[in-house]
Design a protein around this ligand. Structure first.
Ligand code: PCP
Length: 396
């Protein structure tokens, strides 16, 4: 089938055709030398996390389960959305190396990018506390992967996403305001706002862009006078050349709206927003639109390494050999990483009961775990976020 866009199809990904050449050569060598049936245990772990990150959110598990479906291996994994730490295996595969070795880059690609996006989304949501975070980032990515990005951003904690295709995939309504194009086409912001109000379905909140021609405070008041009670909010997408003190701009706009009896108007800020800016603004802003910071989040440095061959613990230097388990306390967020033969019953810190985080996902090629909905995964992430600390870059 001739493809228009530069993307791989599902069948090629499943077959291991979308891999690094050295894995295919390794497959050929192990077949030739009779090692293809050698049983191995491999696990996926990150020995470093992005700057300021002491934890990360696991995503991409559903796609990884689909990848291994029909492959004669057993896979255990942390549940999608689990907050994990450095060194902890998030996924473990057991089987004949020849059955799955060629999929190494594919597994990593699925887990690394989705987890990076989910982790950044979780950091933004943690910084925003009860304030909203909308993912506006599909424009930063190849369209073929935007459903994955929307899903990962949502499960990481974003309240909504603007991408239409991705929103459908996760069963949510897409959320958006209006682009500058609408105002430029009318050549007059008031006409554009009125047209939006007249044409767009009534159930869509009226949030209008207030930065195109004049100062945000002037446009916000103009919008409030134009749409009155119907105006739900204003969005400030202040250009970087005009962003001297966004906090003060928001405070002034609130003041002026209040003076004129428009206290009900919410303020949304977008453009160059990340968790550090959110933390500085969340007491004065109602919601944030975040694009590039989440879409192009720093990669989670997962590796997928052999840790056991022929029943014997083995690893390259710098890595922990052997099959492992990760236990999480059900009372405090403490994790314990131990060799798989050790049983842990209680938390070393608080004495609480512990649970094992690696759970069966695939048995002999069959998916044996529940694959939860994005909404359910998101709730699980938000619950865990309550218990973790967020380190921020205070110098930015
Ligand atoms: C906003 C902003 C960025 C988008 C959202 C996300 O778009 O200008 O392009 O920002 P970020 O990637 O810096 O986080 P709009 O204001 O809708 O842009 P336009 O009207 O130009 O389409």
């Amino acid at each position: 089938m001739k493809r228009i866009f530069h993307v791989a199809d599902d069948a090629s990904i499943k077959k291991g055709d979308v891999t690094d050449i050295y894995y295919q050569r390794t497959r050929d060598i192990v077949i030739t030398r009779g090692l293809a049936d050698q049983r191995v245990v491999m696990d996926v772990h990150a020995y470093s996390l992005p700057p300021m990150s002491d934890w990360a959110v696991l995503a991409g598990i559903e796609e990884t389960a689909r990848l291994f479906e029909g492959v004669d291996v057993n896979v255990s994994a942390m549940r999608e959305g689990t907050i994990f730490n450095r060194y902890e295996p998030v996924l473990r595969v057991e089987g004949a190396y020849g059955a799955f070795g060629v999929l190494e880059s594919t597994v990593l690609g699925l887990l690394r990018q989705a987890s990076a996006i989910a982790t950044k989304a979780a950091r933004c949501k943690k910084a925003a506390r009860e304030k909203g975070v909308i993912f506006f980032g599909i424009r930063a990515l190849h369209p073929a992967i935007t459903p994955m990005a929307d899903r990962s951003a949502f499960i990481g904690g974003c309240d909504s996403v603007s991408g239409t295709f991705g929103a459908k995939l996760i069963g949510e309504e897409p959320v958006g305001t209006m682009p500058h194009e609408l105002i430029l086409l009318f050549g007059d912001q008031v006409e554009a706002w009125k047209a939006f109000d007249e044409v767009v379905s009534e159930d869509v909140p009226r949030i209008v862009l207030c930065d195109t021609w004049f100062d945000e405070t002037v446009e916000a008041l103009l919008a409030a006078k134009t749409l009155g009670e119907k105006l739900y909010g204003v969005r400030f997408d202040t250009p970087s050349t005009r962003r001297g003190d966004v906090r003060r701009i928001v405070e002034e706009a609130r003041w002026i709206l209040r003076l004129n009896g428009f206290d009900h108007v919410k303020i949304v800020v977008s453009g160059g927003v990340n968790e550090d800016r959110i933390a500085k603004l969340c007491d004065v802003v109602d919601a944030f639109g975040v694009g590039t910071a989440i879409a192009c989040a720093p990669s989670i440095d997962f590796a997928f390494d052999i840790v056991e061959t022929k029943g014997k613990a083995i690893a390259k230097r710098g890595k922990l050999p052997g099959r492992k388990e990760v236990y999480r306390c059900t009372k405090c967020p403490r994790h314990q990483l131990v060799p798989a033969f050790e049983r842990v019953e209680t938390c070393q810190v608080c004495g609480g009961k512990v649970e094992r985080l690696l759970k069966p996902l695939i048995e002999r090629g069959k998916i044996v775990a529940e694959l939860p909905t994005p909404k359910k995964i998101r709730s699980y992430v938000l619950k865990q976020l309550e218990a973790v600390e967020l380190r921020l870059n205070t110098s930015s």
